[in-house]
Design a protein. Structure first.
Length: 567
Protein backbone atom coordinates (compact mmCIF):
# COMPACT_ATOMS: atom_id res chain seq x y z
CA UNK A 1 0.00 0.00 0.00
CA UNK A 2 1.22 3.49 -0.81
CA UNK A 3 1.43 5.91 2.11
CA UNK A 4 0.38 9.55 1.94
CA UNK A 5 3.92 10.74 1.18
CA UNK A 6 4.16 8.42 -1.80
CA UNK A 7 0.73 9.45 -3.05
CA UNK A 8 1.56 13.16 -2.86
CA UNK A 9 4.89 12.49 -4.56
CA UNK A 10 3.29 10.52 -7.41
CA UNK A 11 0.67 13.19 -7.93
CA UNK A 12 3.33 15.87 -8.31
CA UNK A 13 5.62 14.01 -10.70
CA UNK A 14 2.73 12.86 -12.88
CA UNK A 15 2.32 16.52 -13.86
CA UNK A 16 5.84 16.77 -15.26
CA UNK A 17 5.88 17.61 -19.00
CA UNK A 18 6.94 14.70 -21.26
CA UNK A 19 6.77 12.29 -18.30
CA UNK A 20 6.07 8.75 -19.50
CA UNK A 21 7.42 6.58 -16.67
CA UNK A 22 4.47 6.70 -14.25
CA UNK A 23 3.94 2.93 -14.38
CA UNK A 24 7.57 2.21 -13.46
CA UNK A 25 7.54 4.82 -10.66
CA UNK A 26 4.22 3.49 -9.30
CA UNK A 27 5.67 -0.04 -9.21
CA UNK A 28 8.66 1.23 -7.22
CA UNK A 29 6.33 3.10 -4.87
CA UNK A 30 4.73 -0.24 -3.97
CA UNK A 31 8.13 -1.49 -2.78
CA UNK A 32 9.59 1.59 -1.09
CA UNK A 33 7.97 3.92 1.44
CA UNK A 34 10.79 6.33 2.31
CA UNK A 35 13.65 8.20 0.65
CA UNK A 36 14.92 4.95 -0.84
CA UNK A 37 12.06 5.37 -3.35
CA UNK A 38 13.64 8.60 -4.58
CA UNK A 39 17.06 6.97 -4.73
CA UNK A 40 15.68 4.07 -6.80
CA UNK A 41 13.98 6.46 -9.23
CA UNK A 42 17.18 8.46 -9.66
CA UNK A 43 19.28 5.29 -10.12
CA UNK A 44 16.96 4.05 -12.88
CA UNK A 45 16.99 7.51 -14.54
CA UNK A 46 13.18 7.65 -14.65
CA UNK A 47 13.26 11.33 -13.59
CA UNK A 48 16.11 13.79 -13.17
CA UNK A 49 17.62 13.90 -9.69
CA UNK A 50 16.57 17.54 -9.23
CA UNK A 51 12.92 16.87 -10.09
CA UNK A 52 12.70 13.69 -8.02
CA UNK A 53 14.27 15.27 -4.92
CA UNK A 54 12.35 18.53 -5.19
CA UNK A 55 8.97 16.82 -5.52
CA UNK A 56 9.73 14.40 -2.68
CA UNK A 57 10.74 17.33 -0.46
CA UNK A 58 7.49 19.11 -1.39
CA UNK A 59 5.52 15.98 -0.45
CA UNK A 60 7.03 15.96 3.05
CA UNK A 61 6.94 19.78 3.41
CA UNK A 62 10.65 20.51 3.68
CA UNK A 63 13.28 22.05 1.41
CA UNK A 64 15.65 19.99 -0.75
CA UNK A 65 19.42 20.58 -0.60
CA UNK A 66 22.21 18.93 -2.58
CA UNK A 67 25.04 18.59 0.00
CA UNK A 68 27.63 18.74 -2.80
CA UNK A 69 26.31 22.11 -3.98
CA UNK A 70 25.79 23.56 -0.50
CA UNK A 71 28.06 25.34 1.93
CA UNK A 72 29.15 22.95 4.69
CA UNK A 73 30.92 24.69 7.56
CA UNK A 74 33.27 23.20 10.15
CA UNK A 75 31.06 24.66 12.89
CA UNK A 76 28.06 22.70 11.60
CA UNK A 77 30.06 19.47 11.24
CA UNK A 78 31.28 19.72 14.84
CA UNK A 79 27.70 19.85 16.13
CA UNK A 80 26.96 16.25 15.05
CA UNK A 81 29.63 13.62 15.90
CA UNK A 82 30.64 11.43 12.94
CA UNK A 83 29.38 8.18 14.47
CA UNK A 84 25.94 9.75 15.03
CA UNK A 85 25.91 11.29 11.55
CA UNK A 86 26.60 7.91 9.92
CA UNK A 87 24.07 6.08 12.05
CA UNK A 88 21.11 8.43 11.43
CA UNK A 89 22.18 9.62 7.95
CA UNK A 90 22.32 13.32 8.80
CA UNK A 91 25.00 15.97 8.26
CA UNK A 92 25.18 19.55 9.52
CA UNK A 93 25.39 22.14 6.74
CA UNK A 94 25.64 25.54 8.45
CA UNK A 95 24.64 27.45 11.58
CA UNK A 96 22.62 30.64 11.16
CA UNK A 97 21.13 32.72 13.99
CA UNK A 98 21.69 29.92 16.47
CA UNK A 99 19.94 27.26 14.33
CA UNK A 100 21.70 24.28 12.75
CA UNK A 101 20.50 23.42 9.24
CA UNK A 102 21.02 19.69 8.74
CA UNK A 103 20.54 17.53 5.64
CA UNK A 104 18.67 14.36 6.53
CA UNK A 105 17.46 11.28 4.70
CA UNK A 106 14.32 11.35 6.87
CA UNK A 107 13.64 14.99 7.82
CA UNK A 108 10.09 14.10 8.83
CA UNK A 109 11.23 12.10 11.89
CA UNK A 110 10.31 14.46 14.75
CA UNK A 111 11.87 12.21 17.40
CA UNK A 112 15.18 12.13 15.55
CA UNK A 113 15.18 15.90 15.06
CA UNK A 114 14.60 16.41 18.78
CA UNK A 115 17.46 14.03 19.59
CA UNK A 116 19.80 15.79 17.14
CA UNK A 117 18.88 19.15 18.70
CA UNK A 118 19.93 17.79 22.10
CA UNK A 119 23.23 16.49 20.70
CA UNK A 120 23.93 19.72 18.80
CA UNK A 121 22.79 21.83 21.76
CA UNK A 122 20.79 24.07 19.47
CA UNK A 123 17.57 23.88 17.39
CA UNK A 124 17.85 21.82 14.19
CA UNK A 125 16.18 22.89 10.94
CA UNK A 126 15.93 19.76 8.73
CA UNK A 127 16.20 19.68 4.94
CA UNK A 128 16.01 16.66 2.64
CA UNK A 129 18.95 15.11 0.78
CA UNK A 130 19.37 11.75 -0.93
CA UNK A 131 20.59 9.04 1.50
CA UNK A 132 23.58 8.14 -0.68
CA UNK A 133 24.64 11.77 -1.04
CA UNK A 134 24.48 12.22 2.73
CA UNK A 135 26.60 9.10 3.24
CA UNK A 136 29.23 10.26 0.75
CA UNK A 137 29.21 13.82 2.10
CA UNK A 138 29.83 12.37 5.59
CA UNK A 139 32.72 10.26 4.23
CA UNK A 140 34.32 13.33 2.65
CA UNK A 141 33.69 16.03 5.24
CA UNK A 142 34.55 14.02 8.35
CA UNK A 143 37.98 13.06 6.95
CA UNK A 144 40.85 14.54 8.96
CA UNK A 145 44.64 14.39 8.87
CA UNK A 146 44.61 12.82 12.32
CA UNK A 147 42.17 10.13 11.23
CA UNK A 148 44.30 9.32 8.18
CA UNK A 149 47.47 9.08 10.28
CA UNK A 150 45.75 6.71 12.71
CA UNK A 151 44.47 4.51 9.87
CA UNK A 152 47.93 4.31 8.27
CA UNK A 153 49.60 3.53 11.61
CA UNK A 154 47.08 0.79 12.33
CA UNK A 155 47.64 -0.77 8.90
CA UNK A 156 51.41 -0.61 9.36
CA UNK A 157 51.15 -2.51 12.66
CA UNK A 158 49.07 -5.27 11.08
CA UNK A 159 50.59 -8.67 10.24
CA UNK A 160 50.24 -7.85 6.53
CA UNK A 161 53.32 -5.63 6.78
CA UNK A 162 55.51 -7.60 9.18
CA UNK A 163 58.30 -7.62 6.57
CA UNK A 164 60.01 -4.57 5.01
CA UNK A 165 59.45 -5.85 1.47
CA UNK A 166 56.27 -7.42 0.09
CA UNK A 167 56.69 -10.54 -2.01
CA UNK A 168 55.38 -10.11 -5.55
CA UNK A 169 53.04 -13.08 -5.24
CA UNK A 170 51.39 -11.53 -2.17
CA UNK A 171 51.07 -8.04 -3.61
CA UNK A 172 48.09 -8.82 -5.87
CA UNK A 173 46.11 -10.17 -2.91
CA UNK A 174 47.21 -7.36 -0.61
CA UNK A 175 45.90 -4.58 -2.85
CA UNK A 176 42.39 -6.01 -2.42
CA UNK A 177 42.64 -5.75 1.37
CA UNK A 178 39.68 -3.79 2.74
CA UNK A 179 41.83 -1.71 5.10
CA UNK A 180 44.11 -0.60 2.26
CA UNK A 181 41.12 0.18 0.03
CA UNK A 182 39.54 2.23 2.82
CA UNK A 183 42.74 4.23 3.42
CA UNK A 184 43.12 5.19 -0.25
CA UNK A 185 39.45 6.19 -0.33
CA UNK A 186 40.03 8.37 2.74
CA UNK A 187 43.06 10.03 1.12
CA UNK A 188 40.98 10.86 -1.96
CA UNK A 189 38.00 12.04 0.12
CA UNK A 190 40.28 14.27 2.19
CA UNK A 191 41.80 15.67 -0.99
CA UNK A 192 38.33 16.53 -2.27
CA UNK A 193 37.42 18.14 1.05
CA UNK A 194 40.57 20.27 0.95
CA UNK A 195 39.78 21.31 -2.67
CA UNK A 196 43.03 19.74 -3.91
CA UNK A 197 43.65 19.64 -7.65
CA UNK A 198 46.38 16.99 -7.34
CA UNK A 199 47.39 14.33 -4.80
CA UNK A 200 51.11 13.41 -4.75
CA UNK A 201 52.03 9.99 -3.29
CA UNK A 202 55.82 9.76 -3.18
CA UNK A 203 58.68 7.84 -1.59
CA UNK A 204 61.59 9.51 0.20
CA UNK A 205 64.82 7.97 1.54
CA UNK A 206 63.55 7.24 5.06
CA UNK A 207 59.80 7.69 4.76
CA UNK A 208 56.99 8.37 2.31
CA UNK A 209 54.64 11.32 2.13
CA UNK A 210 51.36 12.55 0.69
CA UNK A 211 51.10 16.13 -0.56
CA UNK A 212 48.10 18.07 -1.88
CA UNK A 213 48.19 20.92 -4.38
CA UNK A 214 45.60 23.40 -3.10
CA UNK A 215 45.02 26.79 -4.72
CA UNK A 216 48.13 26.19 -6.83
CA UNK A 217 50.46 25.54 -3.88
CA UNK A 218 51.82 22.15 -2.72
CA UNK A 219 51.63 21.31 0.96
CA UNK A 220 52.57 18.19 2.88
CA UNK A 221 49.60 16.46 4.47
CA UNK A 222 51.13 13.43 6.17
CA UNK A 223 54.02 10.97 6.17
CA UNK A 224 53.89 7.18 6.42
CA UNK A 225 56.18 4.15 6.55
CA UNK A 226 58.02 2.98 3.45
CA UNK A 227 56.59 -0.49 4.17
CA UNK A 228 53.16 0.68 2.99
CA UNK A 229 54.27 2.53 -0.13
CA UNK A 230 54.39 -0.22 -2.72
CA UNK A 231 50.99 -1.55 -1.66
CA UNK A 232 49.46 1.95 -1.84
CA UNK A 233 50.91 2.63 -5.30
CA UNK A 234 49.75 -0.81 -6.47
CA UNK A 235 46.23 -0.10 -5.24
CA UNK A 236 46.18 3.11 -7.28
CA UNK A 237 47.35 1.13 -10.32
CA UNK A 238 44.64 -1.49 -9.83
CA UNK A 239 41.98 1.22 -9.89
CA UNK A 240 43.34 2.36 -13.28
CA UNK A 241 43.81 -1.13 -14.72
CA UNK A 242 47.59 -0.65 -14.89
CA UNK A 243 50.30 -3.30 -14.55
CA UNK A 244 51.30 -3.52 -10.86
CA UNK A 245 54.41 -5.61 -11.61
CA UNK A 246 55.85 -2.96 -13.96
CA UNK A 247 57.83 -0.50 -11.83
CA UNK A 248 60.56 0.49 -14.34
CA UNK A 249 58.50 2.57 -16.77
CA UNK A 250 56.01 5.44 -16.38
CA UNK A 251 52.33 4.53 -16.71
CA UNK A 252 49.21 6.65 -17.20
CA UNK A 253 45.61 5.78 -16.43
CA UNK A 254 42.32 7.03 -15.08
CA UNK A 255 39.55 5.86 -12.80
CA UNK A 256 36.18 7.01 -11.50
CA UNK A 257 34.42 6.90 -8.14
CA UNK A 258 30.70 7.29 -7.49
CA UNK A 259 30.09 10.30 -5.24
CA UNK A 260 26.40 10.57 -4.39
CA UNK A 261 24.53 10.63 -7.70
CA UNK A 262 27.58 11.95 -9.54
CA UNK A 263 30.83 10.44 -10.74
CA UNK A 264 34.21 11.83 -9.73
CA UNK A 265 36.92 11.48 -12.38
CA UNK A 266 40.61 11.03 -11.70
CA UNK A 267 43.68 10.93 -13.94
CA UNK A 268 46.79 9.10 -12.70
CA UNK A 269 50.46 9.24 -13.66
CA UNK A 270 53.16 7.00 -12.16
CA UNK A 271 56.92 7.29 -12.67
CA UNK A 272 59.92 5.43 -11.21
CA UNK A 273 62.12 7.40 -8.80
CA UNK A 274 65.24 6.79 -6.72
CA UNK A 275 63.34 5.47 -3.70
CA UNK A 276 60.29 3.90 -5.33
CA UNK A 277 57.48 4.84 -7.66
CA UNK A 278 55.67 8.16 -7.40
CA UNK A 279 51.99 8.57 -8.29
CA UNK A 280 50.13 11.81 -8.94
CA UNK A 281 46.34 11.72 -8.93
CA UNK A 282 44.69 14.65 -10.73
CA UNK A 283 41.19 15.33 -9.38
CA UNK A 284 38.97 16.29 -12.32
CA UNK A 285 35.48 17.76 -12.30
CA UNK A 286 32.55 15.54 -11.36
CA UNK A 287 30.37 14.41 -14.26
CA UNK A 288 26.70 14.98 -13.60
CA UNK A 289 27.43 18.14 -11.65
CA UNK A 290 24.88 20.72 -12.72
CA UNK A 291 26.51 23.84 -11.35
CA UNK A 292 29.12 25.43 -13.59
CA UNK A 293 30.77 28.79 -13.89
CA UNK A 294 29.44 31.15 -16.54
CA UNK A 295 31.58 33.83 -18.18
CA UNK A 296 29.80 36.51 -16.15
CA UNK A 297 30.66 34.73 -12.88
CA UNK A 298 34.34 34.19 -13.63
CA UNK A 299 35.41 37.70 -12.58
CA UNK A 300 36.97 38.38 -15.99
CA UNK A 301 37.93 42.03 -16.45
CA UNK A 302 35.33 43.84 -18.56
CA UNK A 303 38.00 45.03 -21.02
CA UNK A 304 38.59 41.36 -21.83
CA UNK A 305 35.15 39.87 -21.21
CA UNK A 306 33.20 42.03 -23.64
CA UNK A 307 35.54 41.52 -26.64
CA UNK A 308 35.70 37.79 -25.84
CA UNK A 309 31.90 37.54 -25.78
CA UNK A 310 31.76 39.19 -29.20
CA UNK A 311 34.48 36.87 -30.43
CA UNK A 312 32.63 33.64 -29.56
CA UNK A 313 29.57 34.83 -31.50
CA UNK A 314 31.53 34.65 -34.78
CA UNK A 315 30.18 32.13 -37.32
CA UNK A 316 33.63 30.71 -38.14
CA UNK A 317 37.26 30.75 -37.09
CA UNK A 318 39.47 29.23 -34.38
CA UNK A 319 39.53 30.61 -30.84
CA UNK A 320 42.36 29.35 -28.65
CA UNK A 321 42.50 29.36 -24.85
CA UNK A 322 46.10 28.87 -23.75
CA UNK A 323 48.00 28.36 -20.53
CA UNK A 324 49.88 25.71 -18.55
CA UNK A 325 48.29 22.55 -17.18
CA UNK A 326 45.75 23.32 -14.46
CA UNK A 327 45.23 26.96 -15.41
CA UNK A 328 41.46 26.63 -15.91
CA UNK A 329 41.38 26.50 -19.72
CA UNK A 330 38.67 23.83 -19.85
CA UNK A 331 36.46 25.75 -17.40
CA UNK A 332 36.67 28.86 -19.59
CA UNK A 333 35.85 26.86 -22.72
CA UNK A 334 32.82 25.25 -21.05
CA UNK A 335 31.62 28.69 -19.98
CA UNK A 336 32.00 29.95 -23.57
CA UNK A 337 29.98 26.99 -24.90
CA UNK A 338 27.32 27.63 -22.25
CA UNK A 339 27.09 31.23 -23.50
CA UNK A 340 26.28 30.22 -27.10
CA UNK A 341 24.43 26.95 -26.44
CA UNK A 342 20.87 26.96 -27.83
CA UNK A 343 18.55 24.49 -29.61
CA UNK A 344 19.44 26.11 -32.95
CA UNK A 345 23.18 25.47 -32.61
CA UNK A 346 24.82 22.07 -33.13
CA UNK A 347 27.73 21.92 -30.67
CA UNK A 348 30.09 18.93 -30.53
CA UNK A 349 33.13 18.40 -28.31
CA UNK A 350 36.16 16.10 -28.31
CA UNK A 351 37.62 15.73 -24.84
CA UNK A 352 40.13 13.70 -22.85
CA UNK A 353 38.28 13.11 -20.58
CA UNK A 354 34.75 14.57 -20.51
CA UNK A 355 34.88 16.67 -17.33
CA UNK A 356 31.43 18.30 -17.18
CA UNK A 357 28.29 17.09 -18.90
CA UNK A 358 26.67 19.87 -20.91
CA UNK A 359 22.97 19.56 -21.72
CA UNK A 360 22.27 19.87 -25.43
CA UNK A 361 25.89 19.28 -26.41
CA UNK A 362 27.26 16.12 -28.09
CA UNK A 363 30.39 15.15 -26.17
CA UNK A 364 32.88 12.52 -27.36
CA UNK A 365 35.82 11.12 -25.41
CA UNK A 366 39.24 10.17 -26.75
CA UNK A 367 40.12 6.48 -26.25
CA UNK A 368 43.79 5.89 -27.05
CA UNK A 369 43.83 2.10 -26.35
CA UNK A 370 41.56 1.62 -29.38
CA UNK A 371 43.32 4.39 -31.35
CA UNK A 372 40.36 6.78 -31.07
CA UNK A 373 42.35 10.01 -31.23
CA UNK A 374 41.40 13.69 -31.42
CA UNK A 375 42.04 13.70 -35.16
CA UNK A 376 39.92 10.57 -35.74
CA UNK A 377 36.87 11.99 -33.95
CA UNK A 378 37.36 15.46 -35.44
CA UNK A 379 37.37 14.02 -38.97
CA UNK A 380 34.12 12.17 -38.20
CA UNK A 381 32.54 15.27 -36.65
CA UNK A 382 32.99 17.15 -39.90
CA UNK A 383 30.32 14.84 -41.35
CA UNK A 384 27.93 15.54 -38.44
CA UNK A 385 26.73 18.96 -39.65
CA UNK A 386 28.44 20.86 -36.79
CA UNK A 387 28.17 24.58 -36.09
CA UNK A 388 30.56 24.69 -33.13
CA UNK A 389 33.39 22.26 -32.35
CA UNK A 390 35.45 22.09 -29.16
CA UNK A 391 38.80 20.29 -29.45
CA UNK A 392 40.07 19.60 -25.94
CA UNK A 393 43.70 19.94 -26.98
CA UNK A 394 45.58 20.29 -30.25
CA UNK A 395 48.59 18.00 -29.85
CA UNK A 396 49.67 17.07 -33.37
CA UNK A 397 49.80 18.26 -36.97
CA UNK A 398 46.90 16.09 -38.12
CA UNK A 399 44.49 17.53 -35.52
CA UNK A 400 45.76 21.07 -36.14
CA UNK A 401 45.22 20.81 -39.91
CA UNK A 402 41.69 19.42 -39.62
CA UNK A 403 40.76 22.12 -37.06
CA UNK A 404 42.15 24.82 -39.35
CA UNK A 405 40.24 23.45 -42.33
CA UNK A 406 37.05 23.32 -40.24
CA UNK A 407 37.46 27.00 -39.34
CA UNK A 408 37.99 27.92 -42.98
CA UNK A 409 34.87 26.02 -44.10
CA UNK A 410 32.34 27.85 -41.95
CA UNK A 411 32.69 26.38 -38.44
CA UNK A 412 33.66 28.00 -35.16
CA UNK A 413 36.34 25.93 -33.42
CA UNK A 414 37.38 26.24 -29.76
CA UNK A 415 40.67 24.63 -28.75
CA UNK A 416 43.46 24.71 -26.17
CA UNK A 417 47.22 24.93 -26.55
CA UNK A 418 50.00 24.87 -23.96
CA UNK A 419 51.80 28.20 -24.46
CA UNK A 420 52.97 30.94 -22.10
CA UNK A 421 51.33 33.87 -23.88
CA UNK A 422 48.44 34.41 -26.26
CA UNK A 423 50.65 35.50 -29.16
CA UNK A 424 52.82 32.39 -28.80
CA UNK A 425 49.80 30.19 -29.68
CA UNK A 426 49.90 31.47 -33.26
CA UNK A 427 53.61 30.73 -33.62
CA UNK A 428 53.10 27.35 -31.94
CA UNK A 429 50.50 26.38 -34.55
CA UNK A 430 53.02 27.17 -37.30
CA UNK A 431 55.73 25.22 -35.44
CA UNK A 432 53.44 22.17 -35.33
CA UNK A 433 53.44 22.29 -39.12
CA UNK A 434 50.38 24.26 -40.23
CA UNK A 435 51.27 26.63 -43.07
CA UNK A 436 51.14 30.37 -42.20
CA UNK A 437 48.72 31.01 -45.09
CA UNK A 438 46.29 28.59 -43.34
CA UNK A 439 46.84 30.00 -39.84
CA UNK A 440 46.38 33.67 -40.77
CA UNK A 441 42.76 33.49 -42.02
CA UNK A 442 41.57 30.79 -39.61
CA UNK A 443 42.59 32.08 -36.14
CA UNK A 444 40.37 34.94 -34.92
CA UNK A 445 41.44 35.27 -31.29
CA UNK A 446 43.60 33.86 -28.49
CA UNK A 447 42.87 34.09 -24.76
CA UNK A 448 45.76 33.30 -22.39
CA UNK A 449 44.87 32.48 -18.80
CA UNK A 450 46.49 31.88 -15.42
CA UNK A 451 45.10 31.11 -11.98
CA UNK A 452 46.26 32.81 -8.79
CA UNK A 453 45.36 31.87 -5.24
CA UNK A 454 42.57 34.10 -3.96
CA UNK A 455 42.89 35.94 -0.66
CA UNK A 456 40.75 34.39 2.07
CA UNK A 457 37.79 36.71 2.66
CA UNK A 458 37.61 35.60 6.29
CA UNK A 459 41.03 36.97 7.29
CA UNK A 460 41.69 39.57 4.59
CA UNK A 461 43.50 42.75 5.63
CA UNK A 462 44.82 45.85 3.86
CA UNK A 463 48.38 47.09 4.06
CA UNK A 464 50.42 49.79 2.33
CA UNK A 465 53.49 48.62 0.42
CA UNK A 466 56.63 50.76 0.29
CA UNK A 467 57.21 53.12 -2.61
CA UNK A 468 60.12 50.93 -3.70
CA UNK A 469 57.76 47.96 -3.97
CA UNK A 470 55.24 49.95 -6.02
CA UNK A 471 57.96 51.13 -8.40
CA UNK A 472 58.73 47.47 -9.20
CA UNK A 473 55.28 47.11 -10.75
CA UNK A 474 54.07 50.59 -11.74
CA UNK A 475 55.61 53.51 -13.59
CA UNK A 476 56.50 56.52 -11.48
CA UNK A 477 54.26 58.98 -13.36
CA UNK A 478 51.07 59.49 -11.36
CA UNK A 479 52.08 56.97 -8.70
CA UNK A 480 50.06 57.37 -5.48
CA UNK A 481 49.92 55.50 -2.20
CA UNK A 482 47.59 52.55 -2.77
CA UNK A 483 46.56 49.68 -0.46
CA UNK A 484 47.39 46.05 -1.26
CA UNK A 485 45.72 43.13 0.52
CA UNK A 486 46.75 39.84 2.11
CA UNK A 487 45.31 37.09 4.29
CA UNK A 488 46.47 36.83 7.90
CA UNK A 489 45.69 33.10 8.04
CA UNK A 490 42.74 31.54 9.85
CA UNK A 491 41.05 28.14 10.31
CA UNK A 492 38.83 28.78 7.25
CA UNK A 493 41.88 28.85 4.95
CA UNK A 494 43.97 26.35 6.96
CA UNK A 495 46.15 29.32 8.00
CA UNK A 496 47.48 29.84 4.46
CA UNK A 497 45.84 33.23 3.84
CA UNK A 498 44.33 31.90 0.62
CA UNK A 499 41.06 30.18 -0.21
CA UNK A 500 39.94 29.59 -3.78
CA UNK A 501 41.41 30.88 -7.03
CA UNK A 502 40.96 33.82 -9.34
CA UNK A 503 41.83 33.95 -13.04
CA UNK A 504 43.61 36.69 -14.94
CA UNK A 505 43.91 36.93 -18.71
CA UNK A 506 45.30 38.49 -21.85
CA UNK A 507 43.42 38.59 -25.15
CA UNK A 508 44.87 38.89 -28.65
CA UNK A 509 42.34 39.87 -31.32
CA UNK A 510 43.46 38.98 -34.84
CA UNK A 511 43.27 42.13 -36.98
CA UNK A 512 44.20 42.49 -40.64
CA UNK A 513 47.61 43.81 -39.61
CA UNK A 514 48.19 40.78 -37.36
CA UNK A 515 47.11 38.44 -40.18
CA UNK A 516 49.67 40.03 -42.48
CA UNK A 517 52.38 39.51 -39.85
CA UNK A 518 51.36 35.87 -39.42
CA UNK A 519 51.49 35.26 -43.17
CA UNK A 520 54.97 36.78 -43.26
CA UNK A 521 56.14 34.57 -40.39
CA UNK A 522 56.94 37.50 -38.09
CA UNK A 523 57.97 37.12 -34.43
CA UNK A 524 55.83 36.91 -31.29
CA UNK A 525 57.02 40.39 -30.27
CA UNK A 526 55.85 41.97 -33.53
CA UNK A 527 52.46 40.23 -33.30
CA UNK A 528 52.07 41.44 -29.68
CA UNK A 529 52.91 45.02 -30.68
CA UNK A 530 50.30 44.97 -33.46
CA UNK A 531 47.69 43.47 -31.09
CA UNK A 532 48.41 46.25 -28.55
CA UNK A 533 47.00 48.77 -31.05
CA UNK A 534 43.51 47.29 -30.49
CA UNK A 535 43.69 46.91 -26.72
CA UNK A 536 46.01 43.97 -25.99
CA UNK A 537 47.61 44.11 -22.54
CA UNK A 538 49.97 41.45 -21.11
CA UNK A 539 48.93 38.96 -18.41
CA UNK A 540 50.68 40.87 -15.64
CA UNK A 541 48.58 43.97 -16.40
CA UNK A 542 45.35 42.09 -15.65
CA UNK A 543 46.98 40.34 -12.71
CA UNK A 544 47.86 43.68 -11.11
CA UNK A 545 44.25 44.77 -11.59
CA UNK A 546 43.18 41.76 -9.50
CA UNK A 547 45.76 42.75 -6.87
CA UNK A 548 44.39 46.30 -6.63
CA UNK A 549 40.85 44.90 -6.37
CA UNK A 550 41.94 42.90 -3.33
CA UNK A 551 41.40 39.50 -4.97
CA UNK A 552 44.97 38.18 -4.84
CA UNK A 553 48.46 39.15 -3.71
CA UNK A 554 51.41 40.59 -5.53
CA UNK A 555 53.40 37.44 -4.65
CA UNK A 556 50.92 35.30 -6.59
CA UNK A 557 51.21 37.50 -9.67
CA UNK A 558 55.02 37.36 -9.43
CA UNK A 559 54.91 33.56 -9.36
CA UNK A 560 52.58 33.29 -12.34
CA UNK A 561 53.77 35.96 -14.79
CA UNK A 562 56.98 37.27 -16.28
CA UNK A 563 57.94 40.90 -15.76
CA UNK A 564 56.18 43.59 -17.78
CA UNK A 565 55.62 47.24 -16.92
CA UNK A 566 52.02 47.97 -15.96
CA UNK A 567 50.44 51.01 -17.56
Amino acid sequence: MQNSKNSAFLERISQLPHFDSLAEVTALAERFTDATLVQAIVDQRLITKEDACRYWADAINVAYVDPFASVITDEALERIPPEIARKVRAIGLYVLDGVLTAAMADPGDAVLIKRLSQIAQMPVSPVFALPREIEDAIAIHYCTEKGLEESLSELERSSLFDRPEIAADKLAALVENNALIQILDEVIYFGMRERASDIHVEAQETHCRIRFRVDGNLREILTYSRKLHRALISRIKILCGLNISEVRFPQDGRFTMPIGSQTANFRVSTIPSAYGEKAVIRILAMTGKKTMLTLDKMMISQTILQPFKRLIQNPNGIIFVTGPTGSGKTTTLYAALHEINSPGVNISTIEDPIEIQLAGVTQSQVNLPIDLKFATILRALMRQDPDVILVGEIRDLETAKIATEAALTGHIVFATLHTNTAAQAIVRLIEIGVEPYMVAPSVIGVLAQRLAARICENCKEAYYPTRETLLKYFKEDGLTEVPFFRGRGCPACRHTGYKGRVAFHELVLITDEVRTLISEGRSVQEISQAAAKVGYKPLRHDGLKKVLLGLTTIDEIDQNTSFEWAT
